[in-house]
Design a protein around this ligand. Sequence first.
Ligand code: MG
Length: 303
Amino acid sequence: MPARDYEIRDERFAKMIHRNAGPETLWTGGRWTEGPVYFPAGRYVIFSDIPNDRILRWDEMNGALAVFEQPSRNQNGHTLDRQGRLIACEHRGRCVSRYEIDGTRTVLADSFDGKRLNSPNDVVVKSDGSVWFTDPSYGIDSEYEGDAAPMEQDGRHVYRIGADGGIARVIDDMKQPNGLAFSADESVLFVADTGKTHFPDCEPKIRRYAVNADGVTLGGGEDFVTCEAGLFDGFRIDTQGNIWSSAGDGVHCFAPDGTLLGKILIDEVVSNVCFGGPKRNRLFICATTSLRSVYVNTQGLMA
Ligand code: MG
């Protein structure tokens, strides 16, 4: 009875799930899966298995799993840009990179102010083509998810790569910025803080920052929602403005006003999600060792 797969806190959530369709396991065998992105033109999901230093490709048509790239410079988060190119965060590469149409790789950013980035974690592309990414320290903290190294930056921050290739620091008041996404109208940037891993007093939360009228800078941030189970890592937003976030006990769904509407319960810690399928109504879920999916009654924003 799939209803046991859900925790309904609000009737709005009941309308967004299919009670007769629970989450399914598409593949298992990873160590720490992360960074899913769906390619509409190819109907496949690209995602990371960070400690195993590989990127995987799950084919929606035949359910086959293939290694897309290994070693993968311990890639983590992924998204698509407006041209459909893969944008990747690389722990060991300590950069954000782009896969070009001919298959070659371009490094978009690997330093700020003359110092190496920590280990880019998650990334989103704005409609103007700019690339926004978080730079926590997880990929240089140990040898498990990258190469251990001292931090050169003065903290863990959020950056923007402009169309001209210039890189700017846009957030500097977070402990370990992680997943991020824009609201549908791009007036707000949401960013998860997993700083509790290093700073016990840091509440696990998603913060929100108003995008200034210039479209390139942010106003002061404020806490948006806190996590009642584990940490928020990666998340995505649907066309109604609801936030679907990873958490320790599954996927938490929040209304635009921050109300926790309900949960998709998963028996492994969830690191990240993305919407996909031809109708963008299928939520793909990276859950520790596995890739799951569930059909929902809403549609995700692109990438
Ligand atoms: Mg992450």
